[in-house]
Structure formats: structure tokens, C-alpha cells
Design a protein around this ligand. Sequence first.
Ligand code: ACM
Length: 537
Amino acid sequence: MRTLPLLLLLVASPLVAQTAEPSIVPRPVSVTTGHGTFVLEPATVIWADSASAELAAQLADYIEPATGYRFRVEVGGIPLAGIRLRRDPGLERLGEEGYSLQATRDGIEIRSAGAAGTFYGIQTLRQLLPPEILRDARVEGVEWTVPAVRIEDRPRFGWRGAHLDVVRHFMPLDFVKKYIDLLALHKLNSFHWHLTDDQGWRIEIRKYPRLTEVGAWRKETMIPPFQSDPALRKYDGVRHGGFYTQEDVREIVEYARKQFVNVVPEIEMPGHASAAIAAYPRLGVGSEPSEVATYWGVFSNIFNASDSTIAFLQDVLTEVMELFPSRFIHVGGDEADKAWWKESPRIQARIRELGLKDEHELQSWFIRQMDKFLAERGRRLIGWDEILEGGLAPGATVMSWRGFTGGLAAARAGHDVVMSPTQWSYFDYYQSADRANEPHSIGGFLPIDTVYAFNPVPAALEPQYRHHILGAQFNLWTEYIATTRHAEYMAYPRGAAMAEVVWTPVERKDFADFKRRLAVHLQRLDALSVNYREPRE
Ligand code: ACM
């Protein structure tokens, strides 16, 4: 008579004795742990349907360096034990980017309705394996196990981004690739490449070679700390610069595409234009000679609004569109100082000629020319929230950086919005109150728990407008970030917290649990030689 309850206990035990949830970052929507492990062996086979063949090869590439195992990929066969990738229209409820992953002692199956979903299932699988799986050469003495688990997952937002300023300090191509690798590991899908500004022009434009011949180089750089009084500024006397050729850009775009990362280029206008104006003075307003800026801040240099300048910038956008398949093209629009527009008789005449009221309306007119140009070519304009001033262009999407205000106004007017408010998203800010023990930074204070607490949908936004919040991103401005190691220090682990902000449903977010998973996740970043900031305090 004792056998029956014992049997029941055995059957029920998987539900009672749950093992700890695996340390996946960002945390999936649903995770059910099981018993036992699947062990990778040299002879493990990846079974893929034809839609998943390329991703199966990519999975084999991920596994090979650390394990030394080159998995055979079988496409279209009847699957036996091993790893199975399968496109499943029945999973449409999880969207293009969602997936289901089931691991048992006998095998692993990743199913998804879209290719991106399979890719994210593979990212999760990488995180289910020991962190050493991310190493680039064979690691001895590790048993390559995957815990039995059932996961269903999908992202909260479609725009999950990270920005990188390569103007204030030029970042080499290999680093840009590593940056993209890290986005993909964190299931981020948008790389905002800040390519032009006062201190440099970093993308080759074939029609206008001086943009890089002249605009990509500054004669020296201000030494921190910032001095508003020019007389007190000190300079390093070292020429700085660099740019990406069109071949470089194509390489980055393709590299990112394979990791389901869209590259959004940013070409700044009408302000943050000193480097372009130094290259082609006819684009400017001021009579003073312009040089590529050597210090930081907001500059008076601004594009004029003549037909030929608009045509010049549209030529630039034409080459940009040839290079970047992104639906969204970023035209900046922030911090355009209007003083020279106010003072210039030529600009004032232009305002009257166009029947506009003031300089804000002129900026709005300027952005509209770009909006129309991009829209006619099947693209969408995105700009910083200043593009609201003087009236928002009809097709524009707003990137809200000065808090939520611009984003709220844009969403309520029926425009799409990407949130990147300074107080949660500016990763150039200090991560600790103990500034003396941190590298010099632009200022601010943004510790990881504050990033984690960010909700890109403001509570004040009425439900009928919430679908306009496409998502969020962190921004990494590099005025005070001169090296790639320093850039990594600022980006991680706060980037892991941002990944959870944009991927994980609010009800699954839990900072204590995040910290537990982060302890393991940092071993992954170690394996990838990421110079993250060690959490302390
Ligand atoms: C910005 O930080 N100026 C967009």
C-alpha cells in the first residue's frame, strides 16, 4: 500500500524540486526548469529545416572554437537525437523575434515563426552552456552541458538599441564589430551609429571627398576637464581622426545583419555641422572661417538653408541609403544654435521667402525637406526631440532624449517614438557616486539599478498612444571616452540592464534576480574580454 503515494511523489517531484532558473540575460518571458542535462558531444548533429539552414551553420560556428567540436548540420532530414532548429508557423503568437526552446537529456529543440526568433533561441542556448562557450579558442576540462529547461520568449519592444558616438573619438572597425556582437548576445537589435558632428565627419561620401579629407581630422583635442573659458582650455597637440570607407560601412552593415542588428546611421543637421562646414564652407552661415572642432559643446556653426545646401545633404543621404538598408535614417536635429540664423540677413530673407515665422520654423522646414526626400524613397526619418520645435515633419519619428517630454508630445500627435532620456539612458554618465574612483566623465549619475528601473512607456502616456513607443536605447557619447576599453567600461554591465528593460516583460523584472544572473553573465563578458565595470557598492 505504500507504493502508490511513493509513485505519486516521484511523478510530482519535477514540479516540487525546481532547480534554479538559468542565468539568462535578458530574462525570458517564461522559464520552466526540468531535470538532467543534455551533453554536447563531438558527434552531436544539428538538424535544421531548410528555412533554418543558415542559422544552423551559425550555431555550429558559435560552438566550435571553445569546444573544438565541428557539428554536422543536416538539412531537411528526419531528426534524430541532437539539436533541432525548426520554423513553426504555429508560434506566430510569439512574433518574428519570439522562440520556444526545449532542452531535455535527449536533445534541444528551438522553434520560431521567424528567422530572428531562431537567432534569439540560439543566443539563449549560448547562455545555457557554461560561460566558457564564448571563448575563441578551445577550453579544456569543461563539460558542455545544457540544463533541461522549457523556455518561451519574445521581446517587449521592437526597437532595442545602443548608440555609439564615433566622432568625438574615432573607434576602429574591429571594435564596432565587437560592439555589435555584444548587442546580439543581449538580444538588442538596433545599432545607432553617430557618424557626423562638429569634431569630425566619419563616413566616406564619394561625391564630396573633402568631407573626409578635411572633415575627418581635427588638429588636436581639448584635455579634460572642460573649461567654458577658451583661455583656460588646454589641448593635447595630437591630430585625431579617422573615417569609415564605403567598403568598411558595407562590412559593418553585413556583419550586423547576420546578427539581426539593424544599423541606423546618423547624419547631423542643421547643427553639429562644424566638420562638414570646415570641408565645404559654402554650406555654412558665418563669415568666420570654420575648422573641425577641437573641444566639446554646442557650436554656432549651422548649415544655411539654401537650395544648394539642401541638395548637398540630400546627395549625402542618397549615398547613405545605398549603404544602409535601414528603414530609419537619423538626421540628428539636436542642439542647433539659431544665433547665426538670427543674425544673417541672407537667412532672414530666406525665412521671409519661404513664408515662415522664425528660425524654429526654418529648422522645421529644413527637416521636412529631408523627411519628404526619405519618404519618397521608402525610408523614414528619425531625429532628436528638437525636431518637434517649429512643427514636426509628417513622417518623422522622434528620439526623446531630454526626458520624456518630446516623446510624449510626439506620441500624442500620432508619431512613433524611441525613448533614450538622459536620466536612464546616457551611459556617458558616472555609474557611481564615488567619482574620485571613476574615470573622468561628462558628469551625471546613472548607476545600474537606475537603468534597470527604466520603463520606456511613461505612466503619463494614455493607453491609446502607447503603441507609438517603439522601444528604447542607451546612448554612448564619447567626449571623455578616448579608448575602446573605456567605452566597454561605460557600456557594461549597464547595457545588460538596458537589455532587460527593452526585452523582458515588466512583471518579470526583478533587480535582485537580475543581480544573481548578472554574476554568471559577467563570466560571459570575461570570456569575451569585455572591460566591464566590476559591480561594487
Ligand atoms: C544629444 O544628447 N544631444 C542628443
